[in-house]
Design a protein around this ligand. Structure first.
Ligand SMILES: [Fe+2]
Ligand SMILES: [Fe+2]
Length: 417
C-alpha cells in the first residue's frame, strides 16, 4: 500500500512538473510580440519580439492555418535578425525582427516565434487580398499616457468593435517617453491583439530620442528635457515597418497599398525639414493606382488643442494634398477631437465636390483644452473623451465612425466617389 502511495506521489510530481514547465515563463520566452504591415501586405508580414536572454537559434515558424494542430507538420522556418539592446535602465535584452515572406494573398496563417525550446503561442493573421476589395481599419490617436491603466480598455474595446480590422494605424506619441517601462505598459495594453492584428505607426514628437550633448540630456530653461528629431532606438527596435520612404526617414515615412487604398505615413517631427519630403509625397500621389488615398502623420494642419497652430506642416503639404485630392488625413498630437467638413485650400466645399477631410483624435487619457480657431471648418469638435475610429472602405464608399470607450458612436461621416 505504502509502495503504491509512493509511486502515485512520484507520478503526481512528474505530471505537475511537466504541466508547470509548459506554462513557466523563462528569460528565453518571447515577449512584446507585434506584427506590422509590410509594403507588400498580400505576400508578407513583419514580426518583432524581445527575449531577455540571447537565443542561440531564434526562429519564426509559419504555416497555413488548419482547424486542428496538423499545420505543425507543414511549418516553414524563417530566421530573424537579432541584436543586443541595452535599455534605459541598462538591462541587456535581445530584439528579434523578421519578415514572414513568400505568403499567399488572402490566406490565414499561423505563426509562432521563439527558439531554444521557448516558444510563443501560435498566433493567426490573414494576408491582404492582391486586388481592390472591402476592408476596415482602426485609427487610434495619441495613446501616449497611462498606457496600462487607461489605454487598455480603449484598445480592447476597439478590438471588440472591429475584430476583423485589417490593421491598426497609430500616428505617433505611442508612449510619453521612449522608456522601457512605458513600452512594457504599451505591450500590456495591446496584449495578444498586437500579435494577431498588424499595425502601422509613425514615430514623432514623444517617440523621438532626447537631445544629448556629451552624453547628457539637454534641458530648456525650465528644466524640461528636449527631444531631438531622431526616432528613438526604443521605437525602431520594437517595430519592423516599411522602408520604402526617403532613406533618412527610415520606418517613419513610408506607404502601403492595401486593397485599393494608398496609405501614406509621414514623419512630421517639427525640427525636420518638412519641405524635403514633399517631392516624395507628390510622386506617391501623382502615380497612385488606388481609388482612395489616406495620409497619416502626427502634427495636424488645423490644431484641435488651444494655443497651437501647425502652420509649417500646413504650408508644406496642403498644396499637394489639394492638387491630388487626398481623401482623408488622420492626425494626433493635440489631445482633443476635431473633424472637418470636406475642405479645399482651408475652405469648406460641398460633400459632392473634390476635397479632403481632416481628423485630429486622441485615444489616451491626456486632454488639452479645445481650440475654437477652426470651428468654422469643423463639423465636430470635442474634448475629454478617449476615442477610437473604425474606417471601412468598400469600392466607392468610405465610412468613418468614431467611438468612445463605452461603445457609443461619437462622430461619423461618409465619403462617396
Ligand atoms: Fe505630440
Ligand atoms: Fe501627444
Amino acid at each position: 500500500m505504502r509502495k503504491i502511495n509512493f509511486i502515485a506521489a512520484i507520478l503526481i510530481l512528474i505530471v505537475t512538473q511537466n504541466t508547470y514547465a509548459q506554462y513557466y515563463t523563462t528569460a528565453k520566452t518571447p515577449q512584446r510580440i507585434i506584427i506590422n504591415l509590410t509594403e507588400t501586405p498580400a505576400i508578407s508580414m513583419a514580426v518583432t519580439w524581445r527575449t531577455v536572454d540571447e537565443i542561440n537559434k531564434p526562429e519564426v515558424q509559419i504555416a497555413e492555418a488548419t482547424n486542428w494542430t496538423e499545420f505543425e507538420k507543414n511549418t516553414r522556418s524563417i530566421y530573424p535578425q537579432s541584436k543586443k539592446f541595452i535599455t534605459d535602465k541598462k538591462f541587456e535584452v535581445f530584439q528579434h525582427s523578421a519578415i514572414m515572406d513568400g505568403l499567399k494573398p488572402n490566406t490565414l496563417y499561423v505563426y509562432r516565434v521563439g527558439g531554444d525550446s521557448a516558444w510563443s503561442e501560435w498566433n493567426q493573421f490573414r494576408t491582404a487580398q492582391d486586388i481592390t476589395a472591402p476592408f476596415k481599419f482602426i485609427f487610434l490617436g495619441d495613446i501616449q499616457n497611462s498606457l496600462k491603466q487607461h489605454c487598455s480598455r480603449v484598445l480592447r474595446e476597439a478590438y471588440k468593435t472591429a475584430p476583423d480590422a485589417a490593421f491598426w494605424l497609430l500616428p505617433g506619441d505611442i508612449t510619453d517617453a521612449p522608456l522601457d517601462d512605458q513600452y512594457d505598459e504599451l505591450f500590456y495594453a495591446g496584449g495578444f491583439i498586437f500579435g494577431s492584428t498588424p499595425s502601422i505607426l509613425t514615430a514623432d514628437n514623444h517617440d523621438n530620442e532626447y537631445l544629448r550633448e556629451d552624453g547628457s540630456i539637454v534641458t530648456d530653461n525650465k528644466g524640461r528635457k528636449i527631444k531631438s528629431n531622431v526616432p528613438s532606438t526604443m521605437f525602431l527596435e520594437h517595430f519592423t515597418l516599411p522602408e520604402n520612404g526617403m532613406p533618412e526617414y527610415k520606418e517613419t515615412s513610408y506607404y502601403v497599398d492595401y486593397q485599393g487604398v494608398r496609405m501614406i505615413v509621414i514623419n512630421t517631427s517639427k525640427t525636420k525639414k518638412l519641405n524635403e519630403q514633399v517631392p516624395w509625397i507628390e510622386k506617391l500621389l501623382a502615380n497612385n493606382p488606388n481609388k482612395w488615398t489616406v495620409v497619416s502623420f502626427h502634427h495636424p494642419f488645423y490644431s484641435a488643442g488651444r494655443d497651437r497652430d501647425e502652420q509649417d506642416t500646413r504650408n508644406a503639404f496642403l498644396p499637394v494634398f489639394d492638387k491630388y485630392n487626398v481623401d482623408l488625413v488622420l492626425t494626433g498630437h493635440d489631445h482633443a477631437y476635431s473633424r472637418s467638413y470636406k475642405l479645399r485650400d482651408g475652405t469648406k466645399v460641398p460633400w459632392n465636390k473634390k476635397g479632403t477631410v481632416y481628423v485630429v483624435s486622441v485615444s489616451g487619457p491626456k486632454m488639452y483644452a479645445a481650440n475654437s480657431n477652426y470651428n468654422n471648418i469643423m463639423e465636430k469638435t470635442g474634448g475629454n473623451t478617449q476615442l477610437f475610429q473604425v474606417i471601412s472602405v468598400d469600392r466607392g464608399k468610405l465610412i468613418y465612425e468614431s467611438y468612445t470607450p463605452t461603445g457609443s458612436l461619437y462622430d461619423s461621416f461618409r465619403l462617396s466617389k
